[in-house]
Write a protein that binds this ligand. Structure first.
Ligand SMILES: Cc1cc2nc3c(=O)[nH]c(=O)nc-3n(C[C@H](O)[C@H](O)[C@H](O)COP(=O)(O)OP(=O)(O)OC[C@H]3O[C@@H](n4cnc5c(N)ncnc54)[C@H](O)[C@@H]3O)c2cc1C
Length: 389
């Protein structure tokens, strides 16, 4: 009994007294993980540095300031956004029969596709001057959430062009020429986008995509052109089976130094019409047993001119920007549909604590199943800031 009490006292002192904890626990643990973790590649560093965090950063640091969250103003819809929800969205809902979509057609009915295109459902975030609706993130989120109450397949179909689709990317990073070429036709649904990052060997670890773009010179439309020979193999790409323009993420290399001294230019993104020679759109997946369009795409030694890279020819700058934009798009996809609601719901601290604790339990379950736990343990500890440091 006395040994148990002694042990308890040691544990309490070890973890409870800050200086002792730092010296005997925190520092050795960090030294150990520093040794066993593989070094960060340049691409990984760029990915980690791309963008910043919102209030959720505080949540993961383990010391959230609830007043800050409560201090955020309640997002509101403009009269135009509200009108769209009351009319166009309401009409779309009456056209949706999810059982028919999922079990019979395995697709949206043609009249719903048409209605979505005509009414600008695929152009919620495209600026008005290019024919889009230019709605807020909150309106975008509300519209998708509302459609999801009737059919998740229909909701995902609307969600992807307004997040992963090219509207966001082109608006922020496209050259004027690219904006004028693509945004008006995307706004009216004449062009349907898909964004291909995930491949057979890289999903969560997006920086590890093996797809390659090698800088080279070839004849293109009758002229010797500086461009890229692209080889890719992607899967899980939403809207790929119906897309007319493919946003492709790949590693860009310049082995012959045609652009300068840097051989490895990092992750880059280009827009490629899907009817371009060599672009393959493969078979459909059956994602989550739902009926939204999702499938594979591949290509081997497909030549594209350099000005199909998003942002254009100013390579050294654009290549970095491309990776930043890839990260931002994925972030938009994930956050646009959650955070406005989090702020709006004004969850009380106990409810948020339950959310936080359940996320932790999930992380611990992953940890248990993982072959090399230290590869996941360190990021988790850092994100919680060890709670004991
Ligand atoms: C319905 C659907 C639509 C999609 N649409 C698109 C699209 O339009 N475009 C596109 O590019 N991609 C798309 N994806 C792919 C999606 O981005 C990937 O599925 C996702 O990035 C995960 O990659 P993965 O499936 O290869 O899983 P993996 O990366 O192999 O992960 C497998 C498991 O390991 C866990 N894991 C992985 N790494 C870590 C780590 N470091 N620490 C802890 N746990 C880890 C993951 O959480 C997961 O549970 C779609 C996927 C689905 C299911």
């Amino acid at each position: 009994m006395s040994i148990v009490i002694l042990l308890l006292i040691v544990i309490i002192v070890l973890f409870g007294v800050r200086n002792i904890r730092m010296q005997f626990i925190t520092r050795p643990v960090f030294t150990f993980f520093k040794k066993v973790l593989p070094p960060l590649s340049t691409t990984e560093k760029e990915a980690m540095e791309a963008g910043d965090v919102w209030w959720e950063g505080e949540l993961f640091r383990g010391k959230p300031n609830w007043n800050t969250l409560h201090g955020y103003g309640k997002p509101t819809l403009t009269a135009e956004e509200q009108d769209f929800i009351d009319n166009q969205v309401q009409t779309a809902l009456t056209m949706i029969d999810d059982f028919d979509i999922v079990h019979h057609r395995k697709d949206l009915p043609p009249e719903l596709w048409q209605y979505f295109k005509e009414q600008g459902f695929f152009a919620l975030i495209i600026p008005k001057k290019y024919g889009g609706r230019e709605f807020s993130a909150y309106a975008n989120s509300t519209i998708v959430a509302k459609i999801a109450t009737r059919s998740v397949s229909a909701a995902v179909t609307v969600m992807v062009p307004n997040s992963l689709g090219h509207g966001e990317l082109l608006t922020h990073y496209g050259t004027q020429e690219q904006k004028e070429r693509w945004l008006p036709s995307l706004a009216v649904g004449k062009d349907i986008p898909c964004f291909a990052l995930t491949g057979y060997e890289a999903g969560s670890d997006a920086g590890a995509i093996p797809d390659l773009g090698i800088v080279c010179r070839r004849e293109f439309e009758g002229e010797e052109t500086l461009g890229l020979s692209l080889t890719w193999n992607k899967r899980y790409i939403t809207l790929a089976p119906v897309a007319t323009v493919l946003g492709l993420a790949f590693q860009m290399r310049d082995p012959d130094g045609l652009l300068g001294d840097v051989k490895n230019l990092g992750i880059t993104c280009a827009l490629i019409p899907t009817d371009h020679e060599g672009v393959e759109i493969g078979r459909r997946h059956n994602p989550l047993m739902m009926a939204f369009m999702n499938g594979t795409t591949s290509g081997e030694d497909v030549f594209i001119p350099l000005d199909w890279i998003i942002g254009g020819l100013n390579m050294r700058v654009k290549v970095g920007v491309c990776w930043l934009s890839v990260c931002q798009r994925v972030a938009v996809f994930h956050y646009q549909h959650l955070l406005p609601h989090l702020a709006m719901c004004r969850l009380k601290p106990p409810q948020l604590t339950v959310m936080f604790v359940s996320s932790l339990v999930c992380l611990l379950a992953i940890l248990k199943a993982y072959k090399k736990p230290w590869h996941v343990l360190l990021p988790i500890l850092i994100s919680l800031k060890l709670h004991v440091v």
